[in-house]
Design a protein around this ligand. Structure first.
Ligand SMILES: Nc1nc2c(ncn2[C@@H]2O[C@H](COP(=O)(O)OP(=O)(O)OP(=O)(O)O)[C@@H](O)[C@H]2O)c(=O)[nH]1
Length: 508
């Protein structure tokens, strides 16, 4: 029943069919099945929606874990508590530089392969962070003497990274860079120059004391936070659902909370250390995405979720099944064509020989009889000469079809030459073969072959041979069958020669 059928029509149709016995029962059963499948589909859709909302909430919860940690430290502990450990800080800063360089390199390698513009900007983000953070790591041993400069490189690195993140987002989905443009030294040289200029410019700004260092530092951190929030909004509003972009979104949220923690913390305080920990968590998360891209498609926008991959796999399987079905149909048609005579549609010589060998072996194994008829149309040349070759073709077709009708389903008729046919008769001795041959002869004798504007008459001569008495293989049977066929021709045509005697003969 059609899914969109109104219920009153369903009822009327079902009432009508109720009196129809088993057909009505089948109808009701299929209706029930349809209804059950509908209900199951609806329940599945509700569950999908529910689990989708759950996943969404889970993502929000994970993204806000840093805020919970900041809140815990601020409200339940003393966030101003100091932990001044220069050695530890130097070591972790240098580790951050090494990690930054490594992730920059992996991202760059991904970009070189895919040419994805998004990845070019992501490489620049990591490169910017690493090279702008480097003076911060180098200055950590002089943090007391050059406190402001030491601190300033932190927010500056986050600001550069946030800016590149935002541009990367804006360029997501842009056509890939051509391979020759990906390594262009001018592009990367210019990027390095700008980063170096930022490093030097910042040093000049802070050391020159033109603007209060505190406000430069807070301003950069606030700007970094604003850029990160903008990035989060872009992903959310554009409803970007690509798996790696979800990781991108989460890490941006974590970076933004790290900036908040930096803004409200004092140097060496517990909150300041927590801000670093939050930032590193965001960095690890994003580096996971980059490494995942490196291990798969080396692109951020073509790494699919498992659900998407499964969907693509299902579609691919359906396409493969369809193609296989078509291939099977074509193969069947081709093997049918290879076994069939192109003109009459009966078996051809190849098929006949193959089938005959099988039947011969079967007859020998079970001790049953098997006979062969050899047929040749009489004076067929005259038909061609009188009516043309095309008319001759029509005659051959009608003769083949008339012969086919006088045979049992398991007898095999084949056209083995121009106007020559053979018939394989399983479980028939020479006597029965003679009867079949005579039936064919008289059918064709009486057949009115209708061509466009005239009626043509044709006769046939037949020779019969039986397995055993006339030979044990197909070659012998065919030879004897042919001999008897020519005997029938010699005796005046339109007759049957079966065995040593002319069993059936009609004067035509
Ligand atoms: N129209 C048509 N004619 C064919 C085809 N194959 C063979 N022929 C013709 O069949 C005729 C066979 O002629 P012959 O071998 O001399 O035999 P016949 O005229 O049938 O005479 P007998 O066999 O002696 O009775 C030839 O004219 C062939 O051109 C075919 O596929 N189509």
């Amino acid at each position: 029943m059609k899914k969109g059928m109104p219920w009153w029509n369903r009822l009327r149709t079902s009432r009508l069919l109720m009196h129809g016995g088993s057909a009505a029962q089948r109808f009701v059963d299929s209706w029930k099945r349809d209804a059950e499948a509908d209900t199951e589909r609806q329940a599945d859709a509700v569950m999908r929606r529910l689990t989708g909302v759950y996943l969404y909430l889970l993502g929000v919860l994970v993204a806000l874990v840093p805020l919970m940690a900041i809140g815990y430290l601020t409200f339940f502990q003393d966030p101003a508590l100091r932990f001044e450990a220069h050695g530890l800080y130097e070591a972790t800063s240098m580790l951050a530089i090494v990690l930054g360089a490594f992730v920059t390199y992996v991202t760059w390698r991904c970009y070189l392969t895919s040419g994805e513009v998004f990845l070019r900007w992501l490489t620049l983000a990591f490169l910017g962070f690493t090279l702008i953070y480097l003076p911060h790591a180098l200055l950590s041993q002089f943090s007391d003497e050059m406190m402001h400069l030491f601190i300033a490189y932190g927010p500056a690195s986050r600001l550069a990274m946030g800016a590149c993140f935002l541009v990367a987002l804006e360029r997501l989905g842009a056509p890939a860079d051509p391979p020759e443009a990906r390594r262009r030294p001018t592009t990367w040289g210019m990027a390095l120059g700008i980063i170096l200029a930022i490093d030097l410019g910042l040093a000049a700004l802070i050391l020159g004391s033109v603007v209060p260092a505190e406000s430069v530092i807070q301003g950069m951190e606030a700007l970094a936070l604003a850029l990160l929030v903008m990035g989060i909004m872009v992903i959310t509003l554009r409803r970007i659902r690509l798996p790696l972009m979800i990781i991108y979104l989460l890490s941006m949220a974590v970076f933004a909370q790290a900036s908040i923690a930096f803004m409200i913390s004092d140097l060496w305080s517990h909150l300041w250390w927590l801000a670093h920990a939050i930032f590193i968590a965001g960095f690890f998360l994003l580096s996971y995405g980059v490494v995942h891209a490196f291990h798969t498609t080396r692109s951020f926008s073509t790494v699919y979720s498992q659900a998407e991959v499964m969907q693509q796999l299902r579609e691919q399987q359906t396409r493969t099944q369809d193609a296989l079905g078509k291939l099977e149909t074509t193969n069947t048609r081709l093997s049918q064509q290879a076994a069939t005579d192109w003109l009459t549609g009966v078996a051809n010589r190849r098929q006949f020989v193959r089938q005959a060998k099988r039947e011969l072996a079967r007859a020998k194994r079970y001790g049953t009889s098997l006979s062969l008829l050899c047929l040749d149309l009489d004076h067929f040349k005259k038909v061609n000469d009188a009516h043309g070759h095309e008319a001759g073709d029509q005659v051959l077709k009608q003769v083949a079809s008339a012969m086919q009708e006088s045979l049992r389903p398991h007898d095999l008729l084949a056209r083995v030459g121009g106007e020559e046919f053979q018939v394989l008769l399983p479980e028939a001795d020479i006597h029965q073969a003679g009867e079949v041959a005579e039936r064919i002869r008289s059918t064709l004798h009486d057949l009115q072959i209708r061509l466009r504007d005239k009626v043509v008459k044709i006769t046939v001569s037949l020779g019969c041979a039986q397995m055993g008495q006339d030979g044990d293989d197909m070659d012998s049977l065919m030879r004897i069958g042919d001999q008897r066929l020519y005997e029938a021709k010699a005796l005046g045509r339109d007759r049957v020669v079966a065995g040593t005697d002319v069993l059936h003969s009609v004067q035509g």
